[in-house]
Design a protein around this ligand. Structure first.
Ligand code: SF4
Ligand code: SF4
Length: 436
């Protein structure tokens, strides 16, 4: 297959070498587990357990009837100690179920469909929802909705995002290297649901081992593996579609507009676990790295584990750390407290020192246009910053602000350190309130 590339993008230092060869280690679940009730894009869930109740591992503990939602599950067996608003890694406080782990590892009964080839599309979609599966590439969009495009939309291609283009992270990389059969089986289930013949896995060429392992695992399946020239943000859905299929998704539209569904490779493995083994999404591989860490690792952590436990396990050097980021350095969120938990979308924890963060003061824009050249969505970040200074939120919308994927390439490349992504995030938040 031909590699077409995508417009714009940047090439920040990769910093993957520290953990790319580290096999995943399982981190023991701690005594107290914190399950926030908003781990997907959508509305918060309602608890269906009470304080004092004993819950089993894998038991559904909160759900919602809203269209855009998936349930959450107890990730250990134990007693529900509290249900209250607690700090959340993606900002502010969110209602959270706190479970005291009784370390009995007693499982709830798990529904599954091992012979998924005989199941209907609806049966499989329902089970994917029931297992709490969301997109694990960062967006946490409910997977059962993504796999069920409107009936008048014809899907021809399933693209698998194994790019993991964010620097430092090796979570998807290690899942592909260590569990390739789960990824392949998950892709087969998705192909069955979407009724498509073509499935292509895109992997950046800085992950040669994953490319080799996945090629071998895909032999005879009809699933293709496409090496991609490393460039950030190749893992963005629209960038991936352009790079692999040379198709442009129109402004304001979804990938289905060009007959494509994109899912992450780790999501594929989670679908396999959910459908064939009946396992809900209760753990996540997290890369723990940065210069503030003595022993960078890839840890399989129980969802709900405070991030302080992961950092401690890897030798956190508190006095060296300037900030802790959940996610990659380009799109991740700086954390105000280390007591927030690992959630479904957590791929990385970065303990960054002063040298690894950019704290230079912003200077005046020199009109170089580098931010425009770097933008993969063909936007004009320079305009957003100017309009945000004068609170011209509705004007920002006219420049297709909502197409911005907040990849941070513009801010990264700006020689004047303009806070471009910040202006964009504020602008989007203001526009959402204006629309309400
Ligand atoms: S404007 Fe948005 S999409 Fe474009 S480079 Fe900046 S953050 Fe990325
Ligand atoms: S990259 Fe920075 S300095 Fe250059 S035009 Fe954009 S905002 Fe201005």
């Amino acid at each position: 297959m031909k590699f077409f590339g995508f417009k714009g993008g940047v090439h920040p230092p990769e910093n993957k070498i520290q953990t790319e060869n580290q096999a995943v280690e399982v981190l023991k679940a701690p005594k107290m587990i914190f399950i926030p009730l908003l781990q997907h894009i959508g509305v918060p869930l309602t608890p269906c357990v009470q304080i004092g109740e004993r819950v089993l591992k894998g038991q559904m503990i909160a759900d919602s009837e809203a269209f855009l939602s998936v349930p959450v599950h107890a990730t250990v067996s134990g007693i529900v100690k509290k249900i209250e608003n607690l700090p959340f890694p993606l900002m502010g406080n969110v209602q959270t179920i706190v479970i005291e782990n009784d370390e009995q590892e007693e499982w709830a009964e798990l529904s599954k469909i091992p012979e998924w080839q005989k199941a209907t599309k609806d049966e499989l979609l329902q089970l994917i929802r029931a297992k709490g599966i969301v997109g694990l590439g960062g967006a946490a969009f409910p997977t059962h909705i993504k796999l069920n495009p409107p009936s008048d939309v014809k899907i021809d291609v399933l693209l698998l995002n194994g790019a993991e283009c964010e620097p430092y992270l090796n979570s998807d990389n290690r899942v592909m290297i260590e569990e390739p059969q789960k990824v392949v089986e998950g892709i087969k289930i998705m192909k069955h649901i979407l009724n498509v013949n073509t499935a292509i896995i895109g992997i950046e060429d800085n992950k040669q081992e994953a490319i080799d392992v996945m090629k071998k695992a895909c032999t005879g399946t009809g699933i293709e593996v496409m090496p991609l020239k490393t460039m950030y943000p190749q893992g963005g859905e629209k960038s991936l579609i352009k790079a692999i299929l040379n198709k442009e998704v129109p402004s304001g539209k979804l990938p289905s507009a060009v007959g494509v569904v994109v899912n992450n490779t780790t999501t594929a493995a989670a679908i396999y676990e959910g459908i064939v083994n009946g396992l809900p999404l209760i753990d996540k591989v997290v890369t723990v790295t940065g210069k503030g860490i003595k022993e960078p690792k890839n840890l399989k952590a129980t969802i709900g584990t405070p991030i302080s436990e992961l950092l401690k396990n890897c030798g956190y050097i508190e006095e060296k750390v300037e900030k802790v980021v959940m996610g990659g350095p380009m799109m991740g969120m700086a954390q105000l407290t280390l007591e927030v938990p690992v959630i479904k979308g957590t791929s990385g924890l970065l303990a960054l020192t002063k040298n690894e963060t950019n704290f230079c003061k912003p200077k005046a824009c020199i009109g170089c246009g580098k931010c425009v050249d770097a933008c993969p969505m063909s936007l004009e970040p320079i305009m957003y910053a100017r309009l945000a200074e004068f609170s011209q939120w509705e004007e920002m919308a006219k420049y297709n602000l909502m197409d911005c994927i907040e990849c941070g390439s513009c801010a990264y490349i700006c020689p004047a350190n303009r806070p471009l992504t910040e202006a964009i995030k504020i602008g989007k938040a203001k526009l959402r309130t204006i629309k309400k």
